[in-house]
Design a protein around this ligand. Structure first.
Ligand SMILES: [Zn+2]
Length: 439
C-alpha cells in the first residue's frame, strides 16, 4: 500500500510583493514530497536580508535537492520571476531547474501550442478560441511593455508625480518574462510532464503525490465560462483605444513617434515648464499629463485583472485536511468554481492562501463565509490563513478602499483565522513556517 501523508509543512517565503510557497508532505514511511507553488517578486522589502537567491538556496535545502512538483499559478512577474535563469547558470531559476521537478503545473492558457487536432481542454469548438486567448496574452505583454517604455522615455513622466510609480509597478508586473517562461516549459524534461490545467480536470498525481488528491477549481475554460472571454474581448477593445490615445503609442510606434508627446518641445521639469510656458498654460500641461497617466493606469489595470484570472486554483486534500492555493484568482475566476458542484469542497478548508496578496476582489465574501473552520482563537482546528504581501505597492494609497492588502479583509483574517503574514517576518527571517497535522 502506498505511504500516507502525516504532516504538511508550508513555508511562506519573504518575497516582498510576490508569492513563493513550499508545500512539503511528510509520509508515514519517513519519505517526503515537495511542491513549490510560485516563485516571484516585483519588489523586495528594503531592509530585508532575504533575497531571491537565498530563497532558492533554502528551497533546495528544504527539499533535499529534489522537487516533485512546480506550480506556476499565472504568468505575472510576482509569481514567476524567480524561475528566470542566467547565462552563467547561477540564476534562481537555475537552482530550481537543478531540483529536477517531475511535473510543472500551469493554467491551460499557458499551453505553448494547441496539439494536432486538439479541440481545446473542454469541448469541440474552443481550439480557435484558445488561439485567440493565447494571442490576447501576448498582446497584453506588448501593451505593458509600451507603458513601461513610455515611462522610461526621455522627457517621460516626472517620477515625483503620483501615478508614475503605480503605473510602473503594474506595467512591469505584466511584462513577459521570457527566461522564466522558457524555464518552466522545459525544466520537467519531456513536454508531457507539463500539465496545463482547468476547472474540474482530472489531475492524476497519484504516482508522485501518493494519497493526496489535488482538485483543480480554476481557471475555467472558455467553454465553461464566458467571463474570461468577455474580459479578452474587452481587452481587445483596449488595444484599439491604446492606439488612439494621444500620449500612449503602441509598441511599434514608441521608438519612432515624434508626435505622440503631448508637448514635444517641453522637458518635463518644473523649472523648464515655468520658464517656457506662459503662466496660464502651466496648470493645463500638468493636468493633461496626469490625465494620460490615469488612462494608462486604467488600461494596464484591466490587463492585470485578466492575467490574474488565468490563475490556477488548487485544493490539496491530504488525510483529513484541505489546503487551498488560489494564486491571484479574482472574482471572475472564482465565480465559476463557486457555482459549480466542486464548491462544497471549500466548506471545510483548513488552510487558505489568501488570494492576490489580500486585494479586495480575490477573497469573495461568499467563499469566505463557506469556511466553517473560521472562528475565535480558541476554536478547535481553527482555520489557518497565509498571506504574502507588502503594503503600499499595489492598489490605492492613503486610505483609498482599493489598497493591497485591503485592511477590512486583513481585520477579518486576523479575527477569524490564525493569520501568517510575510509582512510580520523579521529582516533576518526567510519564511513563515506553518505545520499541519493531517491525521
Ligand atoms: Zn501576485
Amino acid at each position: 500500500m502506498a505511504a500516507k501523508p502525516v504532516t504538511a509543512t508550508i513555508r511562506a517565503y519573504q518575497m516582498g510583493f510576490g508569492d513563493c510557497f513550499l508545500l512539503s508532505f511528510a509520509y508515514d514511511d519517513a519519505s517526503a514530497r515537495h511542491v513549490l507553488i510560485d516563485f516571484g517578486s516585483t519588489a523586495m522589502p528594503d531592509k530585508s536580508k532575504a533575497n531571491v537567491k537565498a530563497v532558492a538556496a533554502d528551497i533546495a535545502q528544504q527539499c533535499g535537492g529534489a522537487l516533485d512538483i512546480v506550480v506556476a499559478t499565472h504568468r505575472h512577474k510576482d509569481h514567476i520571476s524567480g524561475f528566470a535563469t542566467r547565462k552563467d547558470g547561477k540564476g534562481p531559476g537555475d537552482v530550481i531547474r537543478s531540483l529536477n521537478p517531475k511535473r510543472v503545473i500551469q493554467p491551460w492558457t499557458e499551453a505553448p501550442n494547441a496539439p494536432e487536432g486538439w479541440t481545446g481542454p473542454d469541448g469541440t469548438s474552443s481550439a480557435h478560441a484558445f488561439a485567440m486567448q493565447r494571442d490576447s496574452l501576448e498582446n497584453m505583454h506588448a501593451v505593458a511593455q509600451a507603458v513601461v517604455d513610455r515611462l522610461d522615455r526621455k522627457g517621460g513622466f516626472d517620477r515625483r508625480w503620483p501615478l508614475a510609480e503605480r503605473l510602473r509597478f503594474v506595467g512591469e508586473d505584466n511584462i513577459k518574462n521570457v527566461s522564466a517562461v522558457n524555464n518552466l516549459m522545459t525544466m520537467a524534461g519531456a513536454p508531457e510532464n507539463n500539465m496545463y490545467v482547468y476547472h474540474g480536470c482530472d489531475l492524476d498525481l497519484a504516482a508522485i503525490l501518493p494519497n493526496v488528491k489535488v482538485h483543480v477549481l480554476g481557471p475555467p475554460t472558455l467553454k465553461q465560462s464566458d467571463s474570461i472571454e468577455t474580459y479578452a474581448k474587452s481587452s481587445e477593445d483596449y488595444w484599439l483605444k491604446t492606439r488612439h490615445l494621444a500620449g500612449l503609442a503602441a509598441t511599434n510606434d514608441v521608438a519612432t513617434s515624434k508626435t505622440s508627446m503631448l508637448f514635444p518641445n517641453l522637458k518635463s521639469t518644473d523649472t523648464f515648464r515655468q520658464t517656457r510656458l506662459p503662466t496660464e498654460m502651466r496648470w493645463v500641461a500638468e493636468r493633461i499629463d496626469i490625465a494620460e497617466q490615469e488612462q494608462m493606469l486604467g488600461i494596464v489595470t484591466a490587463l492585470d485583472n485578466v492575467m490574474n484570472n488565468t490563475s490556477v486554483i488548487l485544493l490539496f486534500e491530504a488525510g483529513s485536511k484541505k489546503l487551498l492555493f488560489p494564486g491571484d484568482a479574482q472574482l471572475e475566476n472564482w465565480r465559476y468554481a463557486l457555482q459549480s458542484d466542486m464548491a462544497d469542497l471549500l466548506n471545510d478548508v483548513d488552510l487558505y492562501k489568501v488570494g492576490h496578496h489580500g486585494s479586495l476582489n480575490a477573497t469573495p465574501k461568499s467563499m469566505w463565509k463557506r469556511f466553517e473552520k473560521r472562528g475565535k482563537p480558541d476554536t478547535p482546528d481553527r482555520l489557518k490563513t497565509v498571506m504574502s504581501t507588502m503594503a503600499g505597492k499595489h492598489g490605492g494609497k492613503n486610505g483609498a478602499p482599493t489598497e493591497v492588502p485591503r485592511i477590512t479583509l486583513v481585520n477579518d483574517l486576523k479575527a477569524e483565522s490564525s493569520l501568517f503574514n510575510t509582512e510580520d517576518l523579521q529582516p533576518t527571517q526567510l519564511c513563515q513556517v506553518i505545520t499541519i497535522d493531517l491525521r
